[in-house]
Design a protein around this ligand. Structure first.
Ligand SMILES: Cc1ncc(COP(=O)(O)O)c(C=O)c1O
Length: 461
């Protein structure tokens, strides 16, 4: 297809929505290390996950072999309400940057949750319904995941409790209102409704929360409530599996346009949008068919890939979840209250961690004022107000496009625009008024988190 015929936005047709998710682990020559059951100190069996997760999701979590997994019809029916999502050519941004690079983005913000999170929320609520569950619990950082799950739970008739990181709860009161509109019950975390929350508040009454802490509360609530299970919006293998729909659609759309990305960029919180976007391209890389450069962009205030340790750690602050080998800042690390709630997590998906460790992807850490500068540049040129999390990927793309300007290379860049920022106006106001600050943890601060990593005889001494 000649450049002139490439549209600003390309939507696949409804029947081109992928009918299967792609399980990246099936093509990884080396697998991520097994998760460890904290009760036994040994690799967890699928049954060990049953008290916390739905059975089908526990199975998906442990399945490293099935390459393609059928998407059930009822999930596809809900996907069709808001998918396929468009692949967009950022012509105006390219012009503003004066770059010869071609910039594409896959836009996942075109649904009420405002982000990619709905892709996995639907799957997880569906499997819970199939298992006959009446209640689910979860955590939410920025609020997108809680909103997505509230939507999915209301569609499938399931009651939902959401533990929302306190700082986001305070910054974004309307997020709570949306979740409640869909029937979700929302609590600021740390809360006084769980043992973990009460213990944290006793030590630090002004604790503004973290994803790790909210996860502990939600898991505790699930294991102490009959007929209730826990679901997580990122990090886990099952979530990356569901999010592969992003990459599968993107690859198909780029094929139609006669394009293949030289560089693929995603923001990295727990790793789910990045893992989903890159999945089929990483398959090409793992199988030697192509070699795109892949870049994870994380906040300098919570730099798990770029400054973390590749080690076994708990996925939560309260140390009640299984331990995963991942890039981590330590589950006791308290991320600063920056404006990208969805990227404020101490760890990283074990799949992304392993791929990064083995050299299949790069990572950069960026400061939030620069992120907002890129966000505003993007908004003014492309007319979409990006979520602060997504703006990390925008900044990554802008930096790569400017490198092309210097070298004159016409590279094709694809980045994930995970969501919109309509609930992030406190952050945009701080940026516009010049009061936004950048926080970068010192080595000394990080050391405290590393020193507290768990010791697991035979796995991590
Ligand atoms: C808009 C948006 N993008 C990205 C993320 C980061 O999550 P993940 O790394 O799992 O994709 C979040 C998480 O809340 C989010 O809300």
């Amino acid at each position: 297809m000649s450049m002139k015929t490439i549209p600003h936005r390309l939507y696949l047709t409804e029947d081109q929505i992928p009918k299967q998710w792609y399980n990246l682990r099936a093509d990884m020559k080396e697998q991520p290390e097994p998760i460890i059951n904290p009760a036994t100190g040994k690799p967890a069996a699928v049954e060990d996950l049953y008290p916390v997760f739905c059975k089908e999701l526990a199975k998906q979590e442990m399945d490293a072999n099935t390459r393609y997994i059928d998407i059930p019809e009822e999930i596809l029916d809900m996907y069709k309400i808001y998918r396929p999502s468009p692949i967009c050519r950022a012509y105006q941004l390219e012009k503003a940057l004066g770059t010869p690079a071609k910039i594409y983005y896959k836009f996942e913000g075109n649904n009420t949750s405002g982000s990619h999170k709905l892709n996995s929320a639907i799957a997880q609520a569906y499997y819970a319904k199939e298992e006959g569950l009446k209640t689910l619990t979860t955590e939410t950082g920025a609020g997108q995941w809680g909103t997505a799950l509230s939507e999915a739970c209301s569609y499938f008739g399931i009651d939902l409790s959401v533990y929302m990181v306190k700082v986001s709860f305070q910054q974004k009161p309307f997020r709570k209102a949306i979740m409640e509109t869909f029937g979700g019950h929302v609590m600021a975390s740390p809360s006084d409704t769980t043992n973990v929350g009460r213990a944290i508040l006793k030590e630090d009454p002004n604790n503004f929360g973290s994803l790790g802490c909210a996860i502990s509360e939600a898991v505790e609530k699930a294991v102490t409530t009959d007929g209730c299970k826990y679901v997580l919006g990122s990090v886990l293998n099952q979530v990356l599996l569901h999010q592969s729909i992003i990459g599968l659609e993107a690859k198909k759309a780029m094929e139609i346009l006669g394009e293949y990305p030289d560089i693929i960029i995603g923001c990295a919180g727990g790793g789910s949008n990045l893992g989903g976007l890159i999945a089929p391209f990483m398959q090409d890389k793992l199988t030697g068919k192509a070699n795109p450069k892949i870049i994870a962009v994380e906040p300098a205030s919570c730099p798990s890939l770029t400054r973390g340790k590749y080690a076994y750690d708990y996925c939560d602050t309260g140390k009640i979840t299984p331990m995963a080998k991942m890039y981590t800042l330590g589950c006791t690390f308290k991320p600063s209250s920056n404006h990208s709630g969805g990227l404020r997590y101490h760890g990283m998906s074990p799949i992304i961690s392993k791929l990064y460790h083995d050299g299949y992807l790069d990572a950069i850490a960026v400061e939030q004022t620069k992120v907002f500068e890129a966000a505003v540049l993007f908004a003014k040129n492309e007319t979409i107000l990006p979520a602060p999390e997504s703006a990390h990927a925008i900044l990554g793309a802008v930096e790569e496009a400017l490198k092309c300007k210097e070298t004159g290379e016409e590279k094709t860049i694809l980045f994930g625009l995970t969501g919109t920022g309509f609930f992030d106006m406190t952050a945009y106001t701080a940026y516009n008024e010049g009061t936004m600050t950048d926080y970068i943890p010192t080595d000394e601060e990080l050391k405290k988190g590393f020193d507290a990593l768990p010791k697991i005889p035979g796995f991590q001494e």
